[in-house]
Write a protein that binds this ligand. Structure first.
Ligand code: FPP
Length: 218
């Protein structure tokens, strides 16, 4: 039997198309996407994955219609209300990462609450990227590094200490749903050696078996 990867990252793509094909508003696709997050977290715990990272909102996603952006920014609050009990029961620690200071204050408050209330869990670390872009993370890290250490650095490991994701282990398997085969500025350095898995299904239709296949079939 193959070893379970330590860190699986997922680009949750296709919520909009899923909704449009069903004649529903795009927000219905994002809500269904949140339910898929719930199922995937449960599956990851069962499969023994220790680190699961999800791309929820990129720094480019602000260009979407305001109504859609507002809905996605409200999702962490729905997520908190509906999931916090189950997350704590399953031992899931939740961390949000990205340029968090630029988020609406209500969103920031609820993600902080979610992080604080799960901080002692250690079965699985669920990391959710919100307002994240890999190039932004690298530039921001370099700016901070220059301020902290004008002598410069020799190795990538030293630069990594200035990333929003400095605690995150490298990605072993990177999954993208909906048939798209692009990296879209997600964890470019952290996934430098990751195995890439592209799945045709839209994110709201993502199921346990797809995760299980992705981590076992090479
Ligand atoms: C990509 O599909 C998906 C998003 C931009 C939003 C993802 C958010 C969730 C799945 C919910 C996250 C849950 C929490 C807890 C914050 P798309 O809209 O780009 O789909 P399309 O390519 O078909 O238009």
């Amino acid at each position: 039997m193959k070893k379970v990867p330590n860190h699986v990252a997922i680009m949750m793509d296709g919520n909009g198309r899923w909704a449009v094909e069903k004649g529903k508003p795009r927000s219905a696709g994002h809500y269904a996407g949140m339910l898929a997050v719930r199922r995937t977290v449960e599956a990851a715990v069962q499969l023994g994955i220790s680190n699961l990272t999800l791309y929820a909102f990129s720094s480019e996603n602000w260009k979407r219609p305001k109504q859609e952006v507002d809905y996605i920014m409200h999702l962490p609050s729905i997520f908190y209300k509906t999931e916090i009990k189950a997350l704590n029961k399953a031992g899931v620690r939740v961390e949000f990462f990205g340029d968090l200071q630029a988020l609406p204050l209500k969103t920031l408050a609820v993600i902080k609450k979610t992080m604080q209330e799960t901080i002692h869990n250690n079965t699985l670390i669920l990391r959710i990227a919100l307002n994240y872009g890999s190039k932004d993370e690298i530039i921001n890290g370099i700016k901070e590094l220059v301020q902290a250490n004008s002598q410069g650095i020799q190795e990538y490991e030293e630069l990594r200490q200035f990333f929003w994701t400095k605690e995150m282990p490298d990605v072993d398997v990177m999954i993208r749903t909906s048939g798209e085969q692009r990296l879209s500025n997600f964890l470019l350095m952290q996934a430098a050696n990751a195995r890439l898995v592209f799945i045709k299904a839209y994110w709201p239709d993502f199921e346990r078996d797809m995760l299980s296949d992705a981590i076992t079939n090479n």
